[in-house]
Ligand binder design. Structure first.
Ligand code: DGT
Ligand code: CA
Ligand code: CA
Length: 577
C-alpha cells in the first residue's frame, strides 16, 4: 500500500507551502493527506479500478491533487514536490519534530543560518546564533536545545501506530506463504506498548526457507541484517527493523511466551519455574530432560500454576503475583466500548460533519458519540464561542430527531452535545458557565502555558475539576510522545481531587498522546477514579484508533467497570456531574 507514503508527501507539501506563506493551499493538502492516511482501501487499487475520476471522489481530493497521486503511482515521483524540496532543501520532518518549530521558523532558520537538519540546528543553538533571529529570543533558543535533547533520548523508538498498520500488512502476507501454519507478532508490539523498538515475528512453517526468502524480499525492505535457515532480520523503508523466527510446533507456546516478554516478566516467570524445580526457556518448560509444556502459552502458564496472562499485562508490575493467587483482573476488551466521547466535527476545523461522524460511529457498533468541539480560546483550532456552540447544539438536536424517526421513534443511537473547553492559566474555563450548562457533558483540557511550576499546575487542574460543569479532563498530563514531556503535576493530588469531585480522567487514544499512559491508568484505578477512553478524532476514520487507547487501558489493568464509556448511555450519564 502506498497510502502512507502519499499522505506523508502531502503533509510535507503542506508544510513547504506554509513556509512560503501561501494562503489556503496548505490546508487543502493537509486535508487530502488526512483522507489518504485514514483510508481503508489501497489507493493504488482505487486508481487502477477507477482512474483519476475515482481519486477525485475522495473527500478533499480535487483535480490537482488527483493528478499528483496518479503521477506518483505511475512514475514513483511527484515533480511539484521535488521542485519544492529543491527550493528549500530542509529535512522538515526532522526539524519540525522539535517542539515549537513550525514551518515559519524552519524557513527563517534555513534562510538566515542555513539550518537543514537536526545536527545543524543543535550546532546553531549551541553557538547562540538562534536567539538573535527575529521572532526567536533567548527563551526559544533554550527550548529548542531542550527539544533536541528530548528527541535524542527517544531516538530509535517508534510510535505504536507508526508500526502497527505495516506489521498487520506483513502479517497477512506471511500467513499466505505456502506451508505456513501460524504467525504471530510478539515483543512490545504484542504487549501494545506505546513505543516500539522493533517487530518480532514468530512462525510455524513446513518450509522455513520459503519463509526466509519471502521475508527478506518483501517490498519495503531496504536492508537485510541477516538471513539464516530459521531466522532473519531486516530494516524497513520507514526506518524500523523486523525480526522473524520459525520455530517447531511443539515449542511454539514457549517461544511465544519468551519473545512476547517483557524481559522482566520473563525473569519473573523463569524464577517461578525454578522454584518448582523446572526450567523455562524459549524451547519449552522442562523437568530434567522431559518437556512438560511448550506447544501453547496456556499450557506453559498452567504448568507454572497460573492462568494465561494477557500480553498487555506482562510487564512485571504485579501480574505474576496476581496470577499465582488467581486474582488477575478481567481487563477491558477491545469490543467493550459503547461510544466515543471526544470527537471533533467540522464546526471546529475537524474534517467531517456531525452526521458523517454519527454514521461512522453507528458503523463501529456504538450506541452514542460525543461531539467535543474546541471552544473559543483555541483560535487556531477554530474554537467555538457561546453563540456558535448554541447553533451547533441545534444541529445535533435536529440530527437526533431524525435518528429517532429512522429507528421508528426509538432512540437506539444518540449524539451527545459536548465540548473540549480550555483550562486557562488560573484554572478558569474559557467559556461561560451558562453555555456549558446547556451541554450533555463538558471535557476540559490544558492547551496553553505548559511550563508552570508543579504546585501551580496542580492547583490549575484542581480548580478546573471543581467546576461543577466540567465532567472529563482531556489528556491529563499533556505529554506528546517523542516530543514533549508531561507538564509538572502532582498526579496523586489530582487523582484525589478527581475522586472527590467525581471528575473522569481521559485515556486519550491519539497515537502521539496515549495520555493517561498505562501506569497512570493503573494509578487512577487504585484511587477509584473512572476513566473515559476517547480518540480525540479529527476525522471519522480516526474513530478506529480507539484500539490504541483500549490497549493502554488494558496495560493499566482497567476493567470494564472502570471505563465510563463501556456503559450503556443511561448508566454512562450517571457518572457525569
Ligand atoms: P522493543 O523491541 O525494544 O520495543 O521491546 P521488546 O520487548 O520487543 O524487546 P526485544 O525486541 O529486544 O525482544 C523481544 C522479546 O524477547 C522481549 O520482549 C523478551 C525477549 N528477550 C529479549 N532479550 C531477552 C533477555 O535477555 N532475557 C529474557 N528473559 N528475555 C529476552
Ligand atoms: Ca521488539
Ligand atoms: Ca527484536
Amino acid at each position: 500500500m502506498k497510502n502512507q507514503e502519499l499522505a506523508k508527501i502531502f503533509y510535507e507539501i503542506a508544510n513547504f507551502l506554509a513556509m512560503d506563506n501561501v494562503p489556503f493551499k496548505p490546508y487543502a493538502y493537509e486535508r487530502a493527506a488526512l483522507t489518504i492516511e485514514t483510508l481503508e482501501n489501497d489507493i493504488e487499487e482505487i486508481y487502477q479500478k477507477g482512474g483519476k475520476k475515482a481519486l477525485e471522489e475522495l473527500s478533499g481530493v480535487g483535480k490537482n491533487i488527483a493528478a499528483h497521486i496518479s503521477e506518483y503511482l505511475d512514475t514513483g515521483k511527484i515533480r511539484y514536490y521535488n521542485d519544492l524540496k529543491r527550493k528549500t532543501p530542509v529535512n522538515f520532518q526532522e526539524l519540525s519534530s522539535v517542539e515549537g518549530l513550525g514551518p515559519r521558523r524552519v524557513k527563517i532558520l534555513y534562510q538566515k543560518l542555513n539550518v537543514k537538519n537536526l545536527k545543524d540546528l543543535e550546532k546553531a543553538a549551541k553557538a547562540h546564533k538562534v536567539a538573535s533571529l527575529f521572532g526567536f529570543g533567548e527563551k526559544t533558543e533554550k527550548n529548542i536545545l531542550e527539544g533536541v535533547k528530548f528527541l535524542k533520548r527517544s531516538k530509535g523508538r517508534f510510535l505504536l501506530n507508526e508500526i502497527l498498520p505495516k506489521t498487520k500488512e506483513v502479517y497477512e502476507k506471511l500467513k499466505k506463504i505456502r506451508g505456513v501454519e501460524r504467525v504471530d507478532y510478539c515483543g512490545s508490539l504484542r504487549r501494545m506498548k506505546e513505543t516500539i523498538g522493533d517487530v518480532d515475528f514468530l512462525v510455524i512453517a513446513r518450509h522455513p526457507s520459503l519463509v526466509m526468502d519471502s521475508f527478506v524480499s518483501m517490498p519495503g525492505v531496504i536492508k537485510i541484517w541477516g538471513k539464516g535457515a530459521t531466522k532473519a532480520s531486516v530494516r524497513m523503508r520507514e526506518g524500523f527493523d523486523m525480526d522473524i523466527r520459525v520455530v517447531p510446533k511443539r515449542s511454539y507456546g514457549a517461544a511465544l511466551q519468551y519473545f512476547t516478554g517483557a524481559k522482566e516478566h520473563n525473569i519473573a516467570t523463569r524464577l517461578i519455574a525454578m522454584g518448582k524445580g523446572l526450567k523455562l526457556s524459549e524451547y519449552g518448560l522442562f523437568r530434567g530432560p522431559k518437556m512438560i509444556a511448550g506447544e501453547s502459552e496456556e499450557d506453559v502458564y498452567r504448568a507454572l500454576g497460573m492462568p494465561w496472562i494477557p500480553p498487555e499485562m506482562r510487564e512485571d508490575r504485579g501480574e505474576v503475583e496476581a496470577a499465582l493467587k488467581n486474582k488477575l483482573p478481567e481487563i477491558v476488551g477491545f469490543s467493550d466500548i459503547k461510544g466515543d466521547l471526544h470527537v471533533h466535527s467540522d464546526w471546529d476545523g475537524g474534517t467531517n460533519s456531525i452526521k458523517e461522524i454519527a454514521e461512522a460511529a453507528i458503523e463501529m457498533g456504538y450506541e452514542y458519540v460525543g461531539i467535543a468541539d474546541h471552544t473559543k480560546f483555541l483560535r487556531i483550532e477554530h474554537g467555538l464561542n457561546e453563540k456558535q456552540l448554541e447553533r451547533r447544539n441545534k444541529e445535533i438536536d435536529k440530527l437526533n430527531t431524525r435518528l429517532r424517526q429512522g429507528y421508528g421513534g426509538q432512540a437506539k443511537f444518540k449524539i451527545l452535545k459536548g465540548c473540549e473547553a480550555n483550562i486557562l492559566k488560573d484554572g478558569s474555563i474559557d467559556i461561560k458557565d451558562e453555555a456549558l450548562e446547556k451541554l450533555d457533558y463538558v471535557i476540559a483540557g490544558i492547551h496553553s502555558n505548559f511550563k508552570m511550576p508543579r504546585d501551580k499546575m496542580t492547583a490549575r487542574l484542581i480548580r478546573a475539576m471543581k467546576n461543577p460543569n466540567v465532567d472529563i479532563i482531556s489528556h491529563p498530563t499533556g505529554r506528546i510522545l517523542k516530543k514533549r514531556d508531561e507538564y509538572q503535576i502532582d498526579l496523586d493530588k489530582v487523582l484525589r481531587a478527581a475522586k472527590e469531585t467525581g471528575t473522569i480522567l481521559e485515556a486519550n487514544a491519539s497515537p502521539e498522546r496515549l495520555d493517561l499512559n498505562d501506569q497512570n491508568i493503573k494509578r487512577a484505578k487504585e484511587f477509584q477514579v473512572k476513566i473515559a477512553v476517547n480518540t480525540d478524532a479529527h476525522h471519522k476514520n480516526q474513530l478506529k484508533l480507539i484500539e490504541l487507547g483500549i490497549a493502554q487501558a488494558r496495560r493499566g489493568w482497567a476493567e470494564k467497570k472502570d471505563v465510563i464509556n463501556c456503559y450503556p448511555l443511561q448508566k454512562m450519564l450517571t457518572f457525569l456531574k
